[in-house]
Design a protein around this ligand. Sequence first.
Ligand code: DC
Length: 229
Amino acid sequence: MTKKINIAIDGYSSCGKGTLAKFLAKSLNYIFIDSGAMYRAVTFAMIQAGIGFDNAIELEALLPKLKITFKHIPEDDFYHTILNGEDIETEIRSMAVSNMVSPVSKIQLVRDFLVKQQQEIGLNKGVVMDGRDIGTVVFPDAELKIFMTAKAEIRAHRRLNELRENGNLAISYEEVLKNLNDRDYSDSNRVNSPLLKAESAVIIDNSELSKSEQNELALAIANKTISTI
Ligand code: DC
């Protein structure tokens, strides 16, 4: 039987990490985990409970009550984020959550809570996980680490199209670009687990690549890695 590996995909906001991770997971029959969705789910729960960033006591009480899972929905062939049994996939992609998720992801209490769960998911291998600290903190021993990037303007256009497709018509290109740039800055400059390229990561810049070119390139790298373990 072919051995399974863990694949860590890190990179900037909206550069197609999720799309690539999903493609690799499907092609290899692996589990796909969107770790950003887990930070978004905690952010959503904090907004709902009215808990501020600096309220460590209430946050510590809230976290153990949160059960975050993923469910594949055949209708849109997408993994929806489920929080305590409720499908919150649409809510966690809202601008309200997008604007708050970066500060929430800086909180060490939140990171410790989520990293522990992510590491447990990876114990049996066969996981493709995308995020900001997967190759550096969550799976430092991942057999394959990919660091993705693309020009900010290209990413903003892609994200805007996605929001429009989901019915978010009010938002402007400038707002999306600002949100991306702010999050990139905050994710790269935070003290706790900043976005960093792991030393051994392969860089994929998809500014000039089509989705299928990017997917085929990454799948070839993954298959080569699998064949050498
Ligand atoms: O991938 P995303 O844009 O949905 O992630 C949302 C936020 O969560 C992003 O601003 C950075 C943070 N995040 C993180 O700190 N660590 C991860 N492993 C994944 C996401």
